[in-house]
Ligand binder design. Structure first.
Ligand code: CO8
Length: 263
């Protein structure tokens, strides 16, 4: 289904229900320029509209970088508060599109994930890092701050104290430390292979339930505990109305594997 689209800086492959999106600008360590951001937005729309795709992995081409940030040669052209704000909003929109996908998303961090690259990984649900991966938000070394969601998503994920330490020192964090902080979920020799295994485990579960879990967590993080619990109850009600709930509970009682249809 992706054959009809032509992307210059991305590669997208579909393996049954699993799509793998590879950022491919190796000459700049896969840095996100305007073209890549716009292609990412297009792919996100295609994935969102395609019911055949049930999980998405995002990775970087080559063995050195996931994504080494926003493209600094483009950033260097920015002038003025308005242009900076517009660029941040545009990048945030792309990351929001990924974070809002109704299917599980996994970042396979195969090397450097810095600045906008870490922000891309933070927009995914789960992160798998190569043992050699290095992650960080070094924007302050350029006189900037993380503008593609990093100040917000990193703090929500690992707590403001750890996030501030990373952002204020601009230091690169290795895979094991990132794992200990909860910044990544898994460390593996082959992060893409591990990401596929994690995706396959997720895809054994009921698709509507997966999507509603994501929505409950995402919307709950934006609100109070009280409202978050209401959202949870609403979503729970929606799962109870699915055929998959009937199938899942019946399969348990019959001592057989459930055959979920996403209905
Ligand atoms: N942008 C553009 N080009 C890059 C980038 C980048 N982010 N990162 C690497 N490159 C290029 C290098 O310029 C180099 O190109 P060339 O071969 O033509 O000289 C090539 O990739 C290889 O890089 P290095 O030679 O530097 O490779 P090293 O192994 O020596 O170092 C590093 C690897 C440590 C990853 C190093 O390349 C580096 O520090 N890169 C920059 C990392 C960084 O600061 N990222 C954050 C960028 S800012 C950002 O992401 C802001 C996001 C929010 C923006 C909000 C909008 C307003």
């Amino acid at each position: 289904m992706f054959e009809e689209y032509e992307f210059r800086t991305l590669q997208i492959d579909q393996h049954g229900p699993l799509a793998v999106l590879t950022v491919n600008r190796q000459s700049a360590l896969n840095a996100l320029n305007g073209e890549t951001l716009s292609e990412l937005a297009q792919v996100t729309d295609i994935v969102a509209e395609n019911a055949e795709i049930a999980a998405l992995i995002i990775t970087g081409a080559g063995d050195k970088a996931f994504v080494a940030g926003a493209d600094i040669s483009e950033l260097a052209q920015l002038e003025g508060v308005f242009a900076g704000r517009e660029m941040a909003l545009a990048g945030q929109d792309v990351m929001h599109g990924i974070a809002s996908l109704p299917i599980p998303t996994i970042a396979a961090i195969n090397g450097y994930a810095l600045g906008g690259g870490l922000e891309l990984a933070l927009a995914c649900d789960v992160r798998v890092a190569a043992k050699t991966a290095r992650v960080g938000l070094p924007e302050v070394t350029l006189g900037l701050l993380p503008g593609f969601g990093g100040t917000q998503r990193l703090s929500r994920l690992i707590g403001a104290g750890r996030a501030l330490d990373m952002m204020l020192t601009a230091r690169q964090v290795g895979a094991e430390e990132a794992l200990a902080m909860g910044l990544v979920n898994y460390v593996a020799d082959n992060p893409l292979q591990k990401a596929r295994e994690v995706a396959e485990t997720m895809l054994k579960n009921a698709p509507i339930a997966l999507s509603l879990v994501k929505e409950a967590v995402r919307r709950g993080l934006d609100t109070t505990l009280e409202l978050g619990l209401e959202i949870e109850a609403d979503m729970f009600g929606m799962t109870v109305a699915t055929q998959d709930f009937k199938e899942g509970t019946q399969a348990f009682l019959d001592k057989r594997k459930a055959n979920f249809k996403g209905e």
